[in-house]
Design a binder for this molecule. Structure first.
Ligand SMILES: [Zn+2]
Length: 124
C-alpha cells in the first residue's frame, strides 16, 4: 500500500509504503521529522510528534543524517544546543549558523534538503 503524506515540518509530501493506522509514528523521508498519523480516512493526515524540543530536533537531525548517509562532525552538540535555544526564542528550529529566522532556515534547512552536503561536503 502506498500513501502520500504531507509533512508539516518541511512542507513537502513524501510517499510512504506500507499500512498506516492512526497513532502510528512515521519519519519524513525529506527532513527526518517524526510525524504521528492523526487520520487515515478520507485523507492521510500527519502532525508533528509531540515531544520535548531537544528530543525532537535530536531525532530529526539523526534521522535526516541516517536517511542520507551523512555523519555528524564534532560540533553536533553545540549545533543542537543552538537549535534548541533558537526554538525557545523564536518558536522553531532555525539554523543557529544563519542570521535569518525564516522557514527556509528551519533545520534541516532548504539548502541541506537540496543536497548541499553532497556538493560541499558539509551543511552550512
Ligand atoms: Zn519533512
Amino acid at each position: 500500500m502506498k500513501h502520500k503524506i504531507y509533512c508539516k515540518v518541511c512542507r513537502v509530501s513524501f510517499i510512504y509504503h506500507g499500512e498506516l493506522e492512526k497513532g502510528q509514528v512515521v519519519i519524513c523521508t525529506v527532513c527526518g521529522a517524526e510525524l504521528e498519523i492523526s487520520a487515515v480516512e478520507p485523507e492521510v493526515e500527519a502532525v508533528r510528534l509531540s515531544t520535548d524540543p531537544e528530543t525532537e530536533i535530536r531525532k530529526r537531525s539523526e534521522n535526516f543524517a541516517r536517511l542520507h548517509g551523512y555523519t555528524f562532525n564534532e560540533d553536533k552538540e553545540l549545533v543542537l544546543d543552538g537549535l534548541v535555544g533558537k526554538n525557545k526564542l523564536y518558536g522553531d528550529f532555525y539554523c543557529p549558523c544563519r542570521f535569518e529566522n525564516i522557514s527556509e532556515n528551519v533545520c534541516p534547512c532548504l539548502e541541506t534538503r537540496m543536497n548541499e552536503v553532497r556538493k560541499t561536503g558539509h551543511c552550512y
